[in-house]
Design a binder for this molecule. Structure first.
Ligand code: NAD
Ligand code: UD1
Length: 338
């Protein structure tokens, strides 16, 4: 029996592959490599001393996906495959709905054909929009999303709810990630954004390694501890372990399960910058700029439900997140092309 990992060559997928293999699962990866490199999986194989069956296929290609299900006995699917750039989604909404929404629907159809009923879905804290209070619990309202990327995640969540109501054989786990950062301790795998990074920590890492001149801090006039935006950064290995815990907890279940995967701690932009400066031993140039449109002041999880139900907890500190990012970035200044 194997777990199929769609998008397994990507940032979260590759780290989750390691944790699954180390937990004794057999895995199979399907990824069209539109935002990742084959090299990531080769490194996962080296680190774990295991071989990963890999299919360079698009999840929307049902014929190719059928062949994957024919070749392996699939027990469950962790579905990471999708596009994730907020800015790009506003320029190319059809591409985002096609990949993220239609892609998931087509995957579910193939799963049903093979009577594979267990799916773990990558959702995002973005489904909460601008929360009325923090910390955010799973029962808070969702749907007030501000961009096509966020809406694609919300639509898939609603779709999974409807499907599980109509057919109680399905076993869906929706994981709402907060802000994944960091890299594997080995420094061999990490986040490898294409072009200019949109997210804070990859941008700081590229300033530290000399690829970008300075960090723009988007706003210092928010009603937060130091005026800059506050987020719930979660170490990528904690996040990956959350998937293993979710998979194990709900192995024999049916129905719909929803969890926040966050650390429960809010950190500001300036706090992250300071932590990174400590990790790399340099002062990093930065300038205060206007707020980024669509940004919110503060967002962090109440992770209590996941802690209790999944017996899982994020344990890595901010310092571990920036230390590990720096080890990866400095050892691989050009990512997997280094
Ligand atoms: P990523 O881009 O590194 O990984 C996604 C992987 O999916 C890539 O390897 C890409 O090549 C592959 N892929 C995309 N479309 C595909 C398709 N149609 N068929 C096959 N493969 C396809 O992104 P990530 O950060 O690892 O994110 C994984 C998932 O988690 C995504 O669904 C993303 O939306 C979600 N998510 C990410 C974050 C984050 O901050 N990284 C936060 C919340 C949710
Ligand atoms: C962004 C996405 C969100 C996605 C999440 C994944 C937007 C509007 N939202 O959220 O949909 O789920 O990433 O991790 O893009 N910052 C700077 N300078 C920078 C980059 C960021 O000051 O160069 C600040 C931001 O204003 C914010 C914080 O850093 O306060 C974190 O930003 P980012 O890493 O982009 O994550 P989110 O805004 O939480």
């Amino acid at each position: 029996m194997s777990i199929l990992i769609t998008g397994g060559a990507g940032y979260i997928g590759s780290h989750t592959c390691i944790e699954l293999l180390e937990a004794g699962f057999n895995i199979v990866v399907a990824d069209n490599l539109c935002n990742s490199s084959r090299e990531a999986l080769k490194r996962v194989e080296k680190l774990t001393n295991k071989t990963i069956p890999f299919y360079p296929v698009d999840v929307r290609n049902q014929k190719a996906m059928t062949d994957v299900f024919k070749a392996h006995t699939i027990e469950a699917v962790i579905h990471f495959a999708g596009l994730k750039s907020v800015g790009q989604s506003t320029q190319m909404p059809r591409t985002y709905y096609d990949n993220n929404v239609i892609g998931t629907l087509k995957l579910i159809e193939v799963m049903e054909q093979f009577d594979v009923r267990h799916l773990v879905f990558s959702s995002s804290a973005t489904v909460y929009g601008d929360p009325s209070t923090v910390p955010i619990t799973e029962d808070m309202p969702t749907g007030a999303t501000t961009n096509p990327y966020g809406r694609s995640k919300y639509i898939v969540e609603e779709m999974l709810k409807d499907i599980s109501i109509a057919d109680d054989k399905w076993n869906f786990t929706i994981l709402r990630y907060f802000n994944p950062v960091g890299a594997h301790k080995s420094g061999q795998i990490g986040e490898d954004p294409k072009g200019i990074p949109n997210n804070l920590v990859p941008f700081i890492a590229q300033v530290a390694v000399g690829k970008r001149e300075q960090l723009s801090v988007f706003g210092d006039d928010y009603d937060t501890k130091d005026g800059t935006g506050v987020r719930d950064y979660i170490h990528i290995v904690d996040l990956a372990e959350g998937h293993v815990a979710a998979l194990k907890t709900h192995r024999q279940d049916s129905g719909l399960h929803i969890y926040n995967l966050g650390s429960g701690t809010g950190s500001s932009v300036l706090e992250m910058l300071k932590a990174f400066e400590k990790s790399c031993g340099k002062t990093l140039p930065h300038a205060i700029q206007p707020r980024r449109p669509g940004d919110i002041a503060e967002c962090y999880a109440d992770p209590a439900f996941a802690q209790k139900a999944l017996n899982w907890k994020a344990t890595h500190t901010i310092e571990a997140m920036t230390d590990d990012t720096w080890r990866w970035q400095s050892g691989n200044p050009n990512g997997y092309e280094s």
